[in-house]
Structures are given as C-alpha cells and as structure tokens.
Design a binder for this molecule. Sequence first.
Ligand code: PLP
Length: 170
Amino acid sequence: MGKLLGLPQRLLFSGGGGGVLQGSTCEAVVCTLAAARDSALAKLGHENIMKLVVYASDQTHVTFQKGARLVGIPPSNFRVIQTSASSGYGLTADAVRAAVDHDVANGLVPLYLCATVGTTGLGAVDPVRELGRKHGATACGCTSTPRTPAARPSARSSKAISMAPSSPIR
Ligand SMILES: Cc1ncc(COP(=O)(O)O)c(C=O)c1O
C-alpha cells in the first residue's frame, strides 16, 4: 500500500516505518486519534485532555466524530468547518486557520485535522498537501480508492493515512 502511494522509503516497513491493517476506517481513525492524543498529553499533562480540539469539514464521514468521542475528546471540542460550492465542498486553508486561531486565542490546543480525499457524499477533495504545510495538526486522509490521483501527493503530507479502498487494488 505504501509503495502504491509512492510514500518515501522511511515510511515503509523496510525503512523503519510501517502501517497496520484495520477492520474498518472507524478503527483506523480511533488508532490515529489515540496516538495523536497520547503524544499531545505526554507534553501537556493528562489533566489537559479537555483542552484538545479536533477539526473536520461538514463533509467528513461521521465515523470521525464517533472516533473523537471514543478517545475522550469532548463534543464541545469537535469543530465542524463549513464548506461551499466555491471550493468544491473541500476545506480551505483560510477556514481552517480561522477556526484554529479562534481556539488558540481561547487557550485551547489544536490536536488533529481530518482531511478527506474523496468524501463519501460528494467525492470532495480536501487540499491535504496545503493543509499539511500550513497547519501543525495531524492530518488524516481517508480516500475511497488509493488510485485517486490526488491521494498520492496528499498522503506524503499527512502524519497518518487511512485508506478505504472501494475497488480492488491491482
Ligand atoms: C471517507 C470515508 N470515511 C470513513 C468511512 C467509514 O468507513 P468504515 O465503515 O470502514 O468505518 C467511509 C465509508 O464509506 C468513507 O467513505
């Protein structure tokens, strides 16, 4: 899968990286959220879990919201960023920046941005590479097929990638 995406050698098992096959995207999302949470709380202290904020678009699969609740992110710290036809219903860096800046100004800690390459409802593509460059938060790309051309460069900008192939991989 890593080779299919053209990931750098260091992210493949043979280069010291690696991945795990999960039973569903929901499980994969829970794993990456838990890893991001633990990494943040190791620095902040566990008592600060109520400060962690996660971000998604209004097109993100509901599985991300469920996953966030399962790892202890309070629903009040789940941000749904509105999209519109002008961006093809994908996230824009400006909208993400506005949400993040607002939270930081209120003493909260941005933890995780879920970006999707091929949303379930509309097939919208979030600009993962641009978001990964401009935001420190973890980006997670969920795609409908690893052959989606946009998935390949996008995958290299994410800290965690969840692939949900809907067609056979050849
Ligand atoms: C983009 C995306 N994310 C998450 C899911 C949920 O997948 P699962 O049922 O494997 O948890 C789907 C399912 O269609 C999806 O298309």
